[in-house]
Design a protein around this ligand. Structure first.
Ligand code: HEM
Length: 286
């Protein structure tokens, strides 16, 4: 792991041993590390409407959570590829907590009425969360693949290439399947060889495999713990999508979206897509 030493940490003049350091020869190490001025400079509202700053900041904060989720799940994938189940479960467990914090952020927007949203909505032009590429990485890692959502990003070659790679590459779900196969479990060959650019539907062979694992629901069964941690992820991510739908219903009713979709009806369809379908289908078998 790379480390970055912060300048100025030794530049203070002999502080009293029990009091915080208040003398710095340079910008505080905190500012060097966190970059508060850079963060503040990014809060570029397009109107003076008092409702807009929370809309922008919550959106930016959510983008950071998306990035964190992506890091955790990509780490989990690397762990699974070297049969490090503990490392993978630790990363996925952390992500469940990140998802809960992400979901709590909706609280900062739920007060917004249509009149307040209308106060700045026009100025957003065609900007829409639909164009969030970090959200697409999150979806792709969860197996919700679609070529069409990559297209908006052609004008940013590095972002576009990254998304194309994620579309064609294994999702976290695909890595879990490969890991289970590596442990000698009967993962169907057509699941391992599937077209990764499209979502995976529940497969009877995998559903039966998970049902078998869930037959021993004790913490000592590490594959059961993996299944439950993934189920937590699926549940919390679904909660994000449901809270988004509710926020949209509160703030703009059933009007079309700035991104060109039908709005609420389109979002409800999108939110209904199932994450980790076999883990849900297995419950019917038990
Ligand atoms: C009350 C505030 C919000 C409203 C009214 C709203 C509205 C909408 C609408 C109507 C869509 C459908 C696409 C379109 O035609 O524009 C959409 C999609 C989306 N929005 Fe929001 N949004 C809000 C807040 C947010 C926030 C804070 C985020 C965080 C990044 C966000 C992220 C997304 C994403 C990722 C999509 C695509 C969802 C998908 O593909 O299933 N939205 N939003």
């Amino acid at each position: 792991m790379s480390t970055r030493r912060l300048r100025g940490s030794a530049a203070h003049a002999e502080p009293a041993p029990t009091e915080p350091i208040v003398e710095f020869a340079e910008v505080t190490p905190y500012e060097q590390y966190v970059g508060v001025r850079e963060l503040q400079a990014l809060v570029r509202t397009v109107t003076d409407h008092p409702a807009e700053p929370s809309f922008l900041v919550v959106t930016q904060v959510m983008e950071l959570w998306f990035t964190l989720l992506r890091r955790e799940w990509e780490l989990a994938q690397r762990c699974l590829r070297v049969d490090d189940l503990d490392g993978a479960v630790a990363a996925i467990r952390r992500s469940v907590h990140h998802l809960r914090s992400l979901n709590a952020s909706w609280g900062s927007l739920m007060w917004m009425t249509p009149t307040e949203f209308n106060g700045f909505r026009e100025q957003l032009g065609e900007a829409s969360g639909f164009q969030s590429y970090e959200y697409r990485h999150v979806e792709f890692l969860l197996g919700l693949k679609a070529e069409s959502v990559v297209r908006p990003h052609r004008a940013l070659p590095a972002v576009y290439a990254d998304l194309q790679r994620a579309l064609a590459g294994p999702s976290l779900e695909d890595d879990v399947h490969a890991f289970l196969a590596g442990r000698g479990l009967p993962v169907p060959a057509d699941v391992l060889d599937r077209d990764r650019t499209v979502p995976h539907d529940a497969h009877p062979g995998l559903t039966a495999l998970w049902a078998g694992i869930y037959g021993d629901p004790r913490p000592g069964n590490e594959l059961f713990v993996l299944g439950e941690t993934l189920t937590d992820v699926a549940e919390e991510f679904t909660t994000w999508r449901q809270r988004h739908v509710t926020a949209v219903r509160r703030a703009m009713g059933a009007k079309p979206g700035t991104g060109g979709s039908a709005g609420l009806a389109w979002l409800e369809r999108s939110a209904a897509r199932v994450v980790f379908p076999d883990l849900w289908a297995a419950r019917t078998e038990l």
